[in-house]
Design a protein around this ligand. Structure first.
Ligand SMILES: [Zn+2]
Length: 453
């Protein structure tokens, strides 16, 4: 009966599923997993008060029940209390993870509880504070690289650092710059950041990590050092470099407006160029419209913030709503005619958060889409929201984030492996992926935004 209930959940028949769980639990009142699932189905069905009440009545002696309780509280809007409960679930799973090394249920539970906890914490305090809190609690190792990058973000806010260059030099230029430093300069934090950057771009993750570690020891306020360290750790873990070398580069020689939309193209390594071309390929027909609007996507060195860009404030650029990261900490960011991606994010093509360049490029392209296609995206977006779509809450912000996240997933699934990602049980993913396939074949799907007004 529990299995029937699960099938009904997957099919979106929530009321029927709830009835099945009730019937099942009548017979098997000790099935803790089913109780926890019932709480979650009630949340999905929008019956949050019932979910909270049920969760409170359950025996809180398994992390599964505690996690479901935290979810119910969050859905009911009791964020402060949900943080307390989710932290309890997270720490419990962490304990299980350490004691039953590698246990799959504990890893899934820990990821789920941490993600929910961090999302809510970010909504209350700002995204970059999550790592600060984690560091304070001695949990920084939990997601290693990611947290160093978030720590870097937190240092960006209020940093007085003045970058020498806003735009990305070529690898050769950077190597010359480093060679020209005196021995004393090479052994400063800035010297190690430059050296680490060179190693990162060459794909030497372990050596880059050492260089960035030295930089963080010499200057605990250098956001570039922490961002670089995070990237090097992730790079080593995910073997991005190996996979980047294996990327199948699309034929971009007939993309006439490519160089004007991506002005940093001449300074990219071949790996970086592959990531950029793979990120653009399905939306390449947006390039002529983008060029006509003088829109560009730029790649920032590690020590540059979006707010260091005079262009960014001069141009009419707006943040996409509800992003809980604060402005100066933003790495990837897109307005209507300017998008910025930091080098470490460009290089991240890992299977979890990778392909930020594709995400920001999708934002730029979105503004040039024909109205009928935009309407279609809005329809899919509304369907996803109505179904309580199991994707990240970030994708549910608005149709712009929805499209960018779907596109980023599309590119990532295509190049970074894993399942094809289309089976979400409600057809939204499949529909959006088909829409993107179609855009790749439709040269007239885009028009300059200037003409649209
Ligand atoms: Zn976005």
């Amino acid at each position: 009966m529990a299995d029937e209930a699960r099938a009904l959940v997957a099919g979106g028949q929530l009321d029927e599923a709830i009835a099945q769980f009730d019937a099942h639990l009548e017979l098997e009142p000790k099935d803790v997993q089913a109780w926890a699932e019932l709480v979650r189905v009630l949340v999905t069905a929008g019956r949050t008060d019932e979910a909270v009440k049920l969760a409170e009545d359950l025996d809180p002696s398994t992390p599964l029940v505690v996690l479901a309780h935290g979810e119910a509280l969050a859905a009911a809007g009791d964020l402060d209390e949900s943080l307390v409960v989710l932290a309890k679930a997270r720490d419990w799973y962490l304990h299980e993870l350490r004691n039953n090394y590698g246990a799959e249920y504990a890893r899934i539970g820990f990821d789920e509880a941490s993600r929910l906890h961090d999302d809510i914490y970010a909504r209350l305090h700002g995204r970059e504070q999550v790592a600060v809190e984690a560091a304070r609690e001695g949990k920084l190792d939990a997601h290693a690289g990611v947290n160093y990058r978030l720590l870097g973000d937190s240092l960006m806010v209020g940093s007085t650092h003045q970058p020498e260059r806003l735009h990305l030099p070529s690898l050769d230029e950077q190597t010359d710059l480093h060679d020209d430093l005196s021995a004393v300069e090479q052994h400063t934090a800035a010297g190690f950041v430059l050296f680490g950057t060179i190693l990162l771009r060459e794909g030497l993750a372990a050596d880059a990590r050492e260089a960035f570690e030295r930089a963080t020891e010499l200057d605990g306020t250098s956001f570039a050092a922490f961002r670089g360290l995070g990237a090097a750790l992730e790079l080593a873990k995910e073997h991005w470099t190996a996979s980047a070398n294996l990327l199948d580069e699309p034929d971009w020689r007939d993309w006439r407006e490519f160089a004007s939309v991506v002005p940093d193209l001449p300074n990219l390594t071949s790996t970086e160029r592959k990531i950029v071309t793979c990120s653009i390929a399905p939306l390449r027909h947006a390039l002529p419209a983008l060029a006509a609007d003088d829109a560009v996507i730029r790649i920032m060195p590690l020590d540059v913030r979006a707010t260091d860009h005079p262009e960014f404030t001069e141009r009419e650029a707006h943040r996409f709503e509800d992003d809980s990261r604060t402005m100066s900490a933003l790495s990837g960011v897109a307005g209507e005619t300017l998008a910025l991606v930091r080098l470490d994010e460009l290089l991240d093509i890992g299977p979890t958060d990778g392909w930020v360049f594709a995400h920001e490029f999708a934002h730029l392209a979105h503004h040039r889409l024909r109205d009928d296609v935009r309407d279609e995206i809005v329809e899919w977006f509304e369907e996803a929201v109505a179904a309580g779509y199991a994707s990240t809450s970030y994708a549910q912000t608005n149709e712009f984030e929805f499209f960018a996240v779907q596109y980023q997933d599309y590119v990532r699934r295509r190049h970074s492996g894993g399942d094809d990602g289309t089976d979400d049980g409600i057809g939204v993913r499949e529909g959006m992926f088909a829409l993107i396939d179609r855009l790749a074949r439709t040269p007239d799907a885009f028009a300059p935004a200037a003409r649209r007004k």
